[in-house]
Design a protein. Structure first.
Length: 165
């Protein structure tokens, strides 16, 4: 697992175990930390793309969306240590029940496949125009997840009842 995936895993682990597991605000803060990281990573993708580093840009686009999906899963108290597990859980809890549009699931899987091709096969059949479109789609993807989290945060919390003392 790379350093970027470790950040998400670390934030998730801190909120699901140990002294933070019963503190609602800590879980919410962790979700928004991941959203902030998603936005920062999206900005990195734009810089890399503008500089002609398409492989790096694709990697950052995928990870930007990975952080956003991880935040969404964390908001429900679930996580996975594997990227394929995150995709599966996203589909299971958000796409199949139609809580988010099906296109979001397809887009996330597409980014995973493109990132995998670029990182491991050294192939990336994405031109400049498509890269710009993928960046815009990723921006909307992250924005949609952030709005979904804001709506969830306004709902009454029915989770853990223990309070740290």
């Amino acid at each position: 697992m790379g350093a970027t995936a470790l950040l998400a895993t670390s934030v998730l682990a801190q909120c699901l175990t140990g002294r933070y597991r019963h503190r609602v605000m800590d879980q919410q803060q962790a979700c928004y930390t991941l959203i902030d990281r998603a936005k920062e990573t999206l900005a990195e993708a734009a810089v890399l793309s503008q500089s002609g580093y398409r492989f790096g840009a694709m990697n950052r686009l995928y990870y930007a969306c990975f952080y956003a999906v991880s935040a969404l899963l964390l908001s429900e108290g679930i996580s996975s240590s594997k990227h394929t597990g995150v995709i599966s859980l996203f589909d299971q809890h958000w796409i199949k029940p139609a809580r988010l549009p099906r296109e979001m699931g397809k887009f996330y899987r597409k980014l995973f496949d493109l990132r995998h091709q670029g990182d491991y096969a050294g192939l990336l059949g994405v031109g400049d125009a498509e890269m710009l479109e993928l960046q815009e789609q990723a921006r909307r993807f992250i924005e949609n997840i952030e709005k979904t989290l804001q709506v969830k945060d306004s709902e009454p919390y029915h989770g853990a009842t223990e309070v740290d003392t």
